[in-house]
Design a binder for this molecule. Structure first.
Ligand SMILES: *[C@@H]1O[C@H](CO)[C@@H](O)[C@H](O)[C@H]1NC(C)=O
Ligand SMILES: *[C@@H]1O[C@H](CO)[C@@H](O)[C@H](O)[C@H]1NC(C)=O
Ligand SMILES: *[C@@H]1O[C@H](CO)[C@@H](O)[C@H](O)[C@H]1NC(C)=O
Length: 401
């Protein structure tokens, strides 16, 4: 790594002692402030660090500009960028991760007010090395998530190719916009020699979010699981994205986020809140369902409220158009009553969804008394398939099927 240019700031301080003559002190002060004006800027972090291997990382992150060249991260190690506030990172080449069955993550980034410019370059997870059709449910241990995002600021123009399982886990410390991203796990749609005829890629969630103040926009996600899964949090906007091949856009209470998926399935979680979510202008192609809210039947003390869907378009849904189900891990089983669901609205621009002939248009499965208020579904139009049922709730207005 190189440091360009090198600057050594002088941080002087003086201790005033009562015994010193007053004008000596003033004179000293004048000299010190003049000296710091001349010497203090730019600070020692105003340099450019260059990363061409993991060995370069610790020195490079002392700089507030970091360039990442093309290199391979050794198998079994995390490429971990813990950045100074205000750092700009520029990818100048593709980063590939070595092959090893281990827990990961493969890449992790933290810091405040960070600008990460992928410049269209790729993080290659070498998914085919791991894929066996089982994802996090079995088979070999797979690094998950592939990428942990713990920055505020901007993460943009990054491509992820072939993640072992889940791609992004997002827990930003303050407002973050993720934009112009590509996740291409489309190769995982094909079976391989280990997947017994199933799609080789599995549990390849695009974004798992337990966070607040997040925007994800103008991105393309090709995968085999949720395009977006919001596990808890508020003020999250998902707009103008294209989701292809997976399980749609989900609000998904109690999905284990920090452990291998499904090990704690069915465990009772409490006090999980999801609120103020905007799902706007997305295109969903050939997914199991377009828009889904699913909550664990055994959850307690939790709530989902203020979910707005506007201007989304979906074609080729394989199971449901819209699915709101409180019986997870079952589908349309006996619903729980521990999650209060309110303010789920389809408003603004029309949401246009078409489902395959053997799919259901809209299914709503609420626990007794746990879906509340009135929900305005005036901007929802679903066609194809059969109607589906609405259980235990009569508050949906301006919609019939
Ligand atoms: C890692 O796995 C990928 C995908 O199977 C393969 O293309 C690549 O050659 C492997 N890399 C090494 C160094 O073995
Ligand atoms: C909501 O999130 C956005 C984007 O991250 C942020 O700019 C905005 O300030 C947040 N709103 C509130 C009320 O915190
Ligand atoms: C709500 O749904 C459950 C499970 O389907 C059912 O047992 C219960 O009778 C329903 N309650 C009402 C009020 O319809």
């Amino acid at each position: 790594m190189e440091l360009l240019p090198e600057h050594h700031a002088s941080h002087s301080s003086i201790l005033t002692r009562p015994s010193m003559a007053r004008n000596t002190i003033r004179c000293l002060f004048n000299f010190v402030s003049l000296a710091s004006l001349v010497l203090a800027a730019p600070s020692s972090s105003d340099c450019t660090g260059t990363i061409s291997s993991l060995d370069d990382v610790s020195a490079a992150v002392k700089c507030t500009t970091v360039n990442v060249n093309s290199f391979t991260v050794p198998a079994g190690e995390t490429f971990d960028l813990s950045l100074a506030t205000g750092t700009t990172v520029n990818m100048l080449g593709d980063v590939t991760f070595g092959n090893k069955t281990w827990a990961g993550p493969l890449f992790q980034i933290s810091g405040d007010s960070i600008t990460f410019n992928g410049n269209g370059h790729t993080f290659n997870g070498n998914g085919p090395f791991y894929w066996d059709g089982q994802g996090g449910n079995g088979g070999v241990t797979k690094p998950a998530p592939m990428i942990k995002i713990k920055i505020s600021g901007a993460w943009t123009n990054v491509k992820v190719l072939n993640s072992p399982t889940r791609v992004y886990s997002v827990s930003n410390p303050a407002a973050l916009t993720m934009s112009k991203l590509t996740i291409d796990n489309s190769l995982g749609d094909q079976p391989n020699s280990k997947s017994g005829g199933d799609a080789a890629g599995h549990n390849t969630d695009g974004f798992d979010c337990s966070t607040t103040n997040l925007v994800i926009e103008d991105s393309t996600i090709m995968n085999q699981d949720d395009c977006l899964a919001i596990n808890k949090g508020s003020n999250i906007t998902f707009q103008r994205n294209t989701c292809s091949g997976g399980h749609g856009i989900s609000i998904y209470l109690n999905r284990p986020v920090f452990f291998p998926p499904r090990l704690s399935q069915g465990s009772i979680s409490s006090d999980v809140t999801v609120s103020n979510i905007m799902i706007t202008g997305n295109t969903i192609i050939n997914n199991d369902q377009a828009l889904r809210i699913k909550t664990d039947a055994s959850s307690t003390g939790s709530s989902v409220s203020g979910i707005t869907y506007s201007g989304n378009t979906a074609t080729g849904m394989r199971q449901f158009g819209v699915l709101i189900d409180q019986s997870y891990p079952d589908t349309l089983g006996t619903p729980g009553t521990g999650v209060k669901l309110s303010g789920v609205n389809f408003v603004g621009s029309q949401n246009t969804i078409s489902v395959n002939s053997d799919a259901q248009r809209v299914a709503v499965n609420c626990g007794s008394g746990s879906c509340t208020g009135t929900w305005d579904w005036s901007a929802l139009e679903v066609s194809g398939g059969s109607a589906g049922t609405i259980v235990n709730f009569s508050g949906i207005e301006n919609f019939s099927q």
